[in-house]
Design a protein around this ligand. Structure first.
Ligand SMILES: NC(=O)c1ccc[n+]([C@@H]2O[C@H](COP(=O)([O-])OP(=O)(O)OC[C@H]3O[C@@H](n4cnc5c(N)ncnc54)[C@H](OP(=O)(O)O)[C@@H]3O)[C@@H](O)[C@H]2O)c1
Length: 244
């Protein structure tokens, strides 16, 4: 299982409890201190789709699960290609995107650059909640104040005259997110439409405070059969690898 998400960790826990599965969880190695996992893990890339295909063959796996983040596009492409190369059964565990609710003030963006461009030239107070990998995009609009939250430090830090860096890891709750948005007088939140509950509190907090959200959409749907929940994933595994 290719992981790096809350759902991958939950599925790993469920699989670890079933002795008939011999499963391995693969992490990219982006996080300095990854959360403890219930399955044996390997860390680091495979060397593209071909490398992943070779690994799957050499280690004699029967099934590949892509449970990576909806915005981790390259590894999902690699997973789809590796299943074409090997002919191995595969599916994707991908949580559904968030949907706007009454009271939400969402604007849609195609990418982090697009979201930053859309907030305009007048200085604003921005909660940049997109992780550390693309935080440097804020360089393009240094007139804004940025609250930048990530699990690990942003390195190198973008050259910004008004920025506050915050290290924290979800799940987050709405009350604390409301307090954070107030403390920093935030007037716009930039987020990816990741879906799931662990990081949804900032969306609910923005709604409660009437704050605008720049919602970055997902680029493409996975190229392999897809389920949205851990229970559906377990049913799919049972279907693809029936007992006996
Ligand atoms: N992108 C996000 O917003 C985001 C947010 C939260 C968590 N994550 C998690 O962080 C990880 C990296 O995300 P990313 O956006 O940097 O990925 P990416 O751009 O799609 O992948 C870049 C490369 O990293 C390696 N890789 C990625 N995920 C891997 C995994 N689970 N196991 C082994 N190798 C992996 C692969 O290297 P090789 O080609 O050498 O195999 C891949 O080509 C993913 O596991 C994802 O689930 C991403």
């Amino acid at each position: 299982m290719l992981g790096g998400t809350t759902e991958a960790s939950a599925l790993a826990k469920a699989l670890a409890a079933q002795p008939r599965y011999d499963a391995l969880l693969s992490l990219a190695g982006r996080t300095e201190k990854p959360a403890p996992q219930s399955l044996p893990t390997c860390v680091g890339g495979f060397g593209g789709a071909e490398g992943l295909a070779r690994f799957l063959r050499d280690e004699k796996f029967d099934l590949l699960i892509d449970a990576t983040h909806p915005f981790a596009a390259r590894i999902s492409q690699n997973a789809a290609q590796a299943t074409t190369i090997t002919g191995l059964p595969a599916f994707c565990l991908r949580r559904a995107p968030w949907q706007a609710e009454p009271g939400d003030r969402w604007r849609h963006a195609a990418s982090v650059q697009d979201a930053i461009a859309q907030i305009g030239s007048a200085p604003r107070r921005v909660f940049l909640a997109i992780g550390r990998q693309e935080a440097h995009r804020a360089d393009a609009a240094p007139q804004h104040y940025y609250l930048i939250r990530s699990v690990d430090p942003v390195d190198p830090q973008p050259v910004l005259p008004h920025a506050h860096y915050l290290l924290d890891r979800g799940p987050f709750d709405v009350e604390r997110e409301v307090a954070l948005l107030r403390e920093h007088s935030i007037d716009v939140v930039i987020t990816k439409n990741s879906g799931g509950s662990a990081t949804y509190a900032k969306i609910a907090a923005a709604r409660a405070l009437g704050i605008e959200v720049m919602m970055i959409g997902r680029a493409e749907a996975p190229a392999i059969p897809t389920v949205a929940t851990v229970d559906e994933a377990l049913a799919m595994i049972n279907h693809l690898l029936p007992p006996g």
